[in-house]
Design a protein around this ligand. Structure first.
Ligand code: GDP
Ligand code: GDP
Length: 440
């Protein structure tokens, strides 16, 4: 699969069917992921896979701006969409016809230099097809008549979209470069940390030319190791559009996570763990990336109260219990406290992420698991039996357990097994994949 971080935005005026189309396009085409606490599925964007390519689809119709005058509202959506997306699906309503507002939107889109595909919606039956010709007046080459509601021509639309999805530039560095993304909510201090890290006097910094969409990643050599700081669009320069909508910030984080080995989740000591933080951590795990946590702005804690600091760390651990005991560093971008530790901690997570456990250690794990108080059963006296386990992959470490009946495995048991693997393999901050197979 050509894993890709391109963004495709659906825009258009109200009621043309953007949300219906979004839901239709993501149907069964989303990347399949595990359930992780804190990660809800009601996103306004989704990763879509089609014809061997993948992209993020964004439904801008989800912005709640109802009080604003119609054009301001649509205009803002479009500005944001243009800033983020490389391909735009411009939805118009074939039944209502092309309205003056559609022409205004078309004009803005033309100036944006983005690929635009016009989806003429509500072409529910072949007899409606003549309605789509009017849309050619908008001046775009690619016009597809679809019915979001009745699932007509959706595949044609997807074919056109992926035609414009560039293949991601593959990373050229050798395996020893540790790719780190610095992610977190707005204002936790990500840019400050980035700047302090590249300003660290022991660090040797070079910028790598990126693609047109993702401008620049920064390579740093520190303590003899190479790190690549993935540019989470906006680390270096703040977005031109100031907005308080966390929507795109999550999307940006997700795209950066896609491209990294280790995710540095930044928290703000004055706010600590929010649902958004849990989401980001969950996304990193889903994508099989290592995690380290940095609690920033530690300088704001009152001095002489060590207990307070301990409690904060404990609270973060409790809230992020599902990230496999990821290392936590307390830092300050301002005072530069512990900045160099970020390199070390991310480097350690990276090493563990690539570790293979010896077979004898794996056997120890089975022994420990078997001595759990309760092995799952069918309630009729039939218990799970584990015959053997083998590590089938690294980065993330993946394990295949051969058992008598995999249907006996429940979620709590799987969690215990993962915890055991984390302990014995020292996989702190590393996502673990476990698979169950019936031995014949
Ligand atoms: P949005 O405001 O652009 O997101 O539009 P919605 O997706 O909410 O759809 C607006 C209305 O158009 C709803 O009543 C939908 O049921 C209807 N609609 C959406 N797609 C189609 C379609 O393909 N054909 C028809 N006939 N109606 C549709
Ligand atoms: P971003 O949105 O996550 O990139 O956050 P910024 O780096 O722009 O920082 C947001 C605000 O927090 C700015 O006003 C920074 O000066 C402030 N800030 C960042 N790091 C620290 C820190 O370690 N201590 C304190 N006291 N303030 C910080």
């Amino acid at each position: 699969m050509d894993r890709n971080t391109n963004v495709v935005a659906i825009i258009g005026r109200a009621n043309v069917g953007k949300s219906t189309l979004f839901n239709r396009l993501i149907q069964k085409r989303m990347a399949i992921v595990d359930d992780i606490p804190g990660v809800t599925r009601d996103r306004l964007y989704a990763q879509v896979e089609w014809a061997g390519k993948s992209f993020y689809l964004v439904d801008t119709g989800g912005f709640p701006n109802e009080d604003e005058p119609l054009f301001d509202m649509v205009g803002k959506q479009i500005d944001r969409a243009i800033e983020e997306a490389s391909v735009i699906i411009f939805v118009v309503d074939g039944r209502e016809g092309i309205l003056p507002l559609d022409f205004r939107i078309a004009e803005i889109l033309r100036r944006s230099n983005r690929r635009v595909i016009v989806a003429v919606n509500k072409i529910d039956e072949p007899m409606h097809e003549p309605l789509l010709y009017e849309a050619f007046a908008l001046g775009f080459e690619d016009v597809v008549g679809v019915s979001a509601e009745h699932n007509r021509n959706i595949q044609d639309l997807l074919d056109k979209v992926v035609m414009y999805i560039e293949s991601e530039v593959s990373f050229q560095e050798d395996g020893e470069t540790i790719k780190i993304s610095i992610v977190g909510r707005p204002n936790v201090g990500k840019s400050s940390i980035f700047n302090s890290m590249i300003g660290e006097e022991r660090a040797i910094v070079s910028n790598l030319p990126g693609t047109t969409r993702d401008p620049i990643d920064t390579e740093i050599t520190f303590g003899g190791k190479k790190y690549l700081l993935i540019d989470t669009a906006g680390l270096r320069k703040k977005s031109r559009l100031k907005d308080d909508i966390e929507f795109y910030s999550l999307l940006r984080a997700e795209r950066a996570i896609d491209r990294s080995d280790v995710v540095l989740l930044v928290l703000d000591v004055t706010e600590l763990v929010t649902d958004q933080d849990k989401r980001i951590a969950g996304i990193a795990l889903e994508k099989g990336k290592g995690i380290a946590v940095a609690i920033n702005k530690w300088d704001l804690l009152p001095e002489g109260q060590p207990k307070l600091g301990d409690n904060i760390i404990k609270d973060v651990k409790d809230q992020l219990y599902f990230i496999n005991d990821a290392p936590i560093v307390t830092i300050s971008a301002l005072s530069k406290r512990n900045l160099f530790k970020i390199f070390n901690v991310c480097g350690e997570v990276y090493t563990r992420w690539q570790t293979r456990i010896s077979t004898s250690n794996l056997n120890n794990i089975i022994r420990d698991i078997i001595s759990f108080q309760r092995l799952p059963s069918d309630g009729k006296g039939r218990f799970l039996k584990i015959f053997y386990v083998t590590q089938v992959g690294t980065a993330p470490p993946s394990f295949l357990f051969f058992v008598n009946d995999k249907n006996l495995v429940d979620k709590p048991f799987e969690r215990k097994v993962i915890n055991e693997l984390v302990k014995i393999g020292d996989f702190r901050g590393v996502p673990i994949r476990v698979f169950w197979k019936n031995r014949r």
